[in-house]
Structures are given as structure tokens and as C-alpha cells.
Write a new protein. Structure first.
Length: 191
């Protein structure tokens, strides 16, 4: 594994998560020691690019990674439509067209499980609003492996199914409201 890998912060969500993610992207302060991965359920053929849809950021390099793109600090990566995105131990992403998981590709579970398999040195993840269980088991595996985990309060989520599914499996380090996502990210980074 490469040395000097950044802290990896993953945000997963589905229905009801786009607005909180857009606010997070526009407010999170730039850190060269931090790489952010946004894994959101999206249409297979989106009408508008996700990079453009999220709007302006505070100094971040924002991109949809290709297969074998290096994971670098100071960058924000958006899971491409209709691909699973995985973190590899060599410090890069791989993309897969394996079958959807929980009817989703990209799948949050696939991404989170890959972080655990890659033994990424420092990472954390937050799970937001969504209408299925994707992300719940992957976040549980991250929690079991000692990574920082956070779940949106179901009462704060537009659609509580996804965060509630995670909370039936385990108790994360933090439960948060969507408006607190930046603070939760910075809390995880400081540990």
C-alpha cells in the first residue's frame, strides 16, 4: 500500500440526500489531508453531470474517477453513474459493472466493504436518507473494523429507510442531522 494516504471520508445516500450533500460539498473546508467520496444512487443516464449539479466548492478538485484513478488528498470523488466504485489497497479506485446491489449501481455497500478489504489506514463514513437498505451492512462492517461511522437521524431524513436500516444493525459513533454533516466530517478527521 502507498504511504501518506489521505483520510478517506465517504458519504452515501439515495432519495432525499442530494440537497444535504450539495450543502456539504459547498461548505466543507478544503483539506489536503482529506479525500472525499460521494456515493449517491443516481440514474443510469443522468441528464446533468453530477459535478456541475453540486455547484461550487471551496478549493476542492471534483471529479468522477476512472478505473485506476489514484486517491489523493484535496480531491472530491463522485461515484460514476451505473458503476460500482471500489477502494483498492494500492491507493486507487477500481470500477465495476457487476450486478446492482439493493437495485443500486453504484452501491454504497460495495464501496464501504472495499474500504475494509483494502485496510485503508484512516477512514470514516456517513449514511444519509434513502429508500432502501444499501449502505447499512457496509457501514456496519466499517464500524466492526474500527472506522468512524455516522448515521443521519431517521427523524431528520427525508426518507428514513436507509439510516434506520443501519441503526437496526449497530450504534454508530455519531447520529447527526443533515445540517451537521460538515462538523461530523471534521470530527472524524480530527480523531
Amino acid at each position: 500500500m502507498k504511504t501518506n494516504l489521505p483520510f478517506l471520508w465517504i458519504v452515501g445516500g439515495s432519495a432525499g440526500s442530494f440537497t444535504p450533500v450539495r450543502h456539504f460539498v459547498q461548505q466543507v473546508p478544503h483539506r489536503e489531508s482529506l479525500a472525499i467520496v460521494l456515493c449517491l444512487h443516481r440514474m443510469r443516464s443522468p441528464r446533468l453531470g453530477m459535478v456541475e449539479a453540486l455547484g461550487k466548492t471551496q478549493g476542492w478538485r471534483v471529479m468522477e474517477p476512472d478505473d485506476k484513478t489514484s486517491i489523493e488528498g484535496g480531491a472530491m470523488y463522485i461515484a460514476p453513474a451505473d458503476y460500482h466504485i471500489l477502494v483498492e489497497g494500492g491507493g486507487y479506485f477500481s470500477l465495476s459493472v457487476d450486478e446492482p446491489v439493493h437495485f443500486s449501481r453504484p452501491s454504497i455497500d460495495v464501496l464501504l466493504e472495499s474500504v475494509v478489504r483494502a485496510h485503508w489506514p484512516r477512514a470514516g463514513a456517513a449514511l444519509l436518507s434513502g429508500a432502501n437498505r444499501d449502505g447499512a451492512f457496509g457501514l456496519y462492517l466499517m464500524h466492526q473494523a474500527g472506522y468512524f461511522t455516522a448515521v443521519q437521524e431517521p427523524t431528520d431524513a427525508e426518507i428514513p429507510t436507509m439510516p434506520q436500516a443501519a441503526l437496526t444493525l449497530f450504534e454508530p459513533q455519531v447520529r447527526f442531522k443533515a445540517s451537521q454533516l460538515v462538523q461530523v466530517c471534521l470530527q472524524a478527521l480530527s480523531l
